[in-house]
Design a protein around this ligand. Sequence first.
Ligand code: ADP
Ligand code: MG
Length: 687
Amino acid sequence: MPLDLATSVKYLKGVGPRRAEALGRLGVRTVGDLLYHAPHRYLDATTITPLARAQMGTEVSCVGRVVTTGILPTRRGLRVFRAVLKDDSGLLECAWPGQPFLERTIKKGQLLLVTGPVRYYHGRQVVPREFIVLAEEGETGPDRGLILPVYPATAGLSHKQIRALINQHLEALLALARDPHPKPLRERVGISELRTALAAVHRPETLPQAEAGRRRLAFDEFFDQQLVQARARFLAKRARAGIRFELKRELTTRLKEHLPFELTADQRQAIREIADDMTAPLRMHRLLMGDVGTGKTVVALFAMLLAVENDYQAAIMAPTELLAEQHFATLTQLLEPLAIRPELLIGRFTAAEKAAARERMARGASRVIVGTHALIQESVTFQRLGLAVIDEQHRFGVEQRAALVEKGDAPDVLLLTATPIPRSLALTLYGDLDVTQLRERPPGRGAVKAALRTDEARARIYEFIRSECAAGRQAYVIYPVIDESEKADLKAATTMADKLTKVFREFTVGLVHGRLRAEERDDTMRAFRDNQVHVLVATSVIEVGIDVANATVMLIEHAERFGLAQLHQLRGRVGRGSAPSHCILLSDVPEAATRLEAFTKTTDGFRIAELDLQERGMGELAGARQSGGMALRYADFGRDLDLLEASRRAAAGIIERDPALTRPEHAVYRERILQRYERGFELFRVG
Ligand code: ADP
Ligand code: MG
């Protein structure tokens, strides 16, 4: 029976029903799955040590002929299989404790590659982690070393058995692989041909070769996803009829005239992009990404006024009451010269206040609306919602975002986030979304000096905080509580607050953490905002987006326990006024010094986001690995952002030229997607 990639593995020689079942548990059901079953690491046995020179206490790889074998009982009743190897330099014993059954595999006369540590036991001895029979008795074998792929394994099927199985069939399997990409594309992106790549992954001669192979397969994974997304975007754009706002230049122009500051070039560009979207017949669905303090709110306000001057309402929803109040205060101030009074709706209002606000919204008396989750309560209706803005969008669930949008009749949507992620990744995670970035910070901000210190400096740091507070400024002291259920951490933070209360007797010290009731937390935060609390001890729950321009010191305890992106968010809490600010990282972990030191030297949030991603991998960006409906096996968002970007460009180009992949040269892409993606059929059904 001729093999193809869809043939069940059970038809392969060496795979019985038991093995087929074990392979199934690894997700390997077809011959193609086996070909794409990727090693998760490699054992480098390319540097061969002559037997006589294997030194005690080192890790070695050696090649030699088996001259004797035997089984020795030890005192503890463990049976040890031994084999003595010989090469030109001499002899060396290998010992496999507890593996007497190797007697059936390792035979006198074989040429063996072993790799493992050398220990002393009545003489030098290698205890192999791995071995490979390079040649049988009488045969000559390679006298160089090897790179050994190590495969994900499962009960009843060891990685060595999988290695042997793949090795046995590799040539036959490779013959089935067809490269879907034409040579020019491969050359443009700088990836290898498919068979070469697969061979390199399973049987590399060097580690860089294996890596080049992996990158090629990683590109393919991204590429398929990106094709699907490019197609989804194409269809969504066609289907997405929305409001066609007119650029009346009434309120927006007046806002510009009355702004107390000059917009940055990035802000102007963002406003242009948003206006283009809003005046187009399609619904806007745009993510405005900007580091903390880049001034996203005022950009959103322009969009809101564009809606309002077209006789629509515009709403902005924030994740906490404090943020909503802050936006309300900012908008009230900025809109005053325009004689527009924004509406605020938050949970802590009295029933009567809420009812009055709801009534004004339903009637259309309020045009610019600010609120929290309170906005998406069932009782809330808008007279004519034309634009929904969602601040700190990642703090809301999909349904919550949708709930606000559904309060209107196909309103435009603007999402704001201060958690910058690389653009290509945003597109992958959020799919059908346009992205605008604000990189530039408004001028006139005091610089934030960052420094890394050890506990030795504590007394001096406290004196510094004291002098800042004495000058009327305020300070944050952040304590890591990674998980609010971790009692020990929380206790430490609480103890720290008590201690600081004694240190700063002349000032007021406050404490906020995630275990406090929301009202209690908000009260303390308000007191800090109003300069009634001078030193705020907080755990990592500290509100994103809170803007206290008077705070000039950010002290972060155990800085090594924070991710870089998190540190960056924290640093963004200071430097909001014109006074110079300080972000001090305290850490006594020498291993962390390099990365923390690097952090103090860069202020580019996007760069930090990339570094952070590399550090953490994708762990915290839930769902990212599964994005596009297919798990990633080779690709890694941290390491392979360049490939993600390249694949996005390639895929977008193809869909632009051939939206339904009907051209013959694209048939293979179309087929792959129909096979691999649940939504494939739905996406490519229409022409
Ligand atoms: P974020 O992007 O973090 O949400 P905000 O919108 O809260 O930032 O803006 C932070 C502060 O910067 C606000 O006080 C805002 O009024 C101010 N701001 C915004 N744009 C500018 C600008 N172009 N020049 C000076 N200050 C600005
Ligand atoms: Mg903000």
